[in-house]
Design a protein around this ligand. Structure first.
Ligand SMILES: Nc1ncnc2c1ncn2[C@@H]1O[C@H](COP(=O)(O)OP(=O)(O)O)[C@@H](O)[C@H]1O
Ligand SMILES: O=C(O)C1=C[C@@H](OP(=O)(O)O)[C@@H](O)[C@H](O)C1
Ligand SMILES: [Mg+2]
Length: 171
């Protein structure tokens, strides 16, 4: 079985995915970490030196690789399902269950403000007001893809351990 965590930047995919994998005794792959390791560059370095189109191409190639794995929890990047055939690949992967971690705009903004520098798409946004406007528009565009997941979990008002347990209970 594969559990694929999907959602906007800051929704908790990386943090919760790791915890779920430990509880289920599954392997854990964070697609961003996998890309960084394969490319020997950090995500900001890839965007800066090679550009976003290069990142999206590699993200697609490595997604296909990790979808071959079994007994694994995979945390995608926030943009992964929104490009090319990636969401179709997730939905058609063998024995794969996709979970959308759905978070409100104010919650995402609060989590992302102190962590924006590691995320090239928002690193240049300095105020809460501007980040709220950006996340609102971007999430609206991306929700079309996120909502195709087989399960949706609302994260607002829940701790990482509560969400971890909820996912473990689902499977
Ligand atoms: N349910 C939650 N409650 C409080 N903080 C959370 C929750 N989920 C994630 N976080 C925090 O939000 C930040 C972003 O989480 P992360 O796992 O990196 O998200 P993603 O991989 O979806 O971008 C981290 O500092 C994480 O500890
Ligand atoms: O939303 C996006 O397009 C991105 C999200 C990031 O992952 P997180 O969602 O884990 O922050 C990372 O893949 C990259 O910075 C691009
Ligand atoms: Mg992440």
């Amino acid at each position: 079985m594969k559990i694929i965590l999907i959602g906007y930047m800051g929704s908790g995919k990386s943090t919760i995915g790791k915890n779920v994998s430990k509880m289920l005794n599954f392997d854990f792959i964070d697609l961003d970490d996998y890309i960084q390791e394969k490319e020997q560059l950090t995500i900001p370095q890839i965007f800066d030196r090679k550009g976003e189109i290069y990142f999206r191409k590699k993200e697609h190639v490595y997604l296909k690789e990790v979808l071959e794995r079994t007994d694994v929890v995979v945390s995608l990047g926030g943009g992964t399902p929104c490009y090319g055939s990636n969401m179709a690949a997730v939905l058609s992967a063998k024995d794969a269950h996709s979970v959308y971690l759905k978070s409100s705009i104010p919650n995402l903004v609060q989590r992302l403000l102190p962590e924006r520098l590691g995320r090239p798409l928002i690193a240049h946004i300095t105020t809460e007001e501007d980040l709220t406007e950006f996340v609102g528009k971007h999430l609206f565009e991306r929700s079309y893809y996120y909502s195709q997941c087989t399960k949706t979990l609302v994260t607002d008002g829940k701790t990482v351990s509560e969400l971890t347990e909820e996912i473990v209970r689902l499977f």
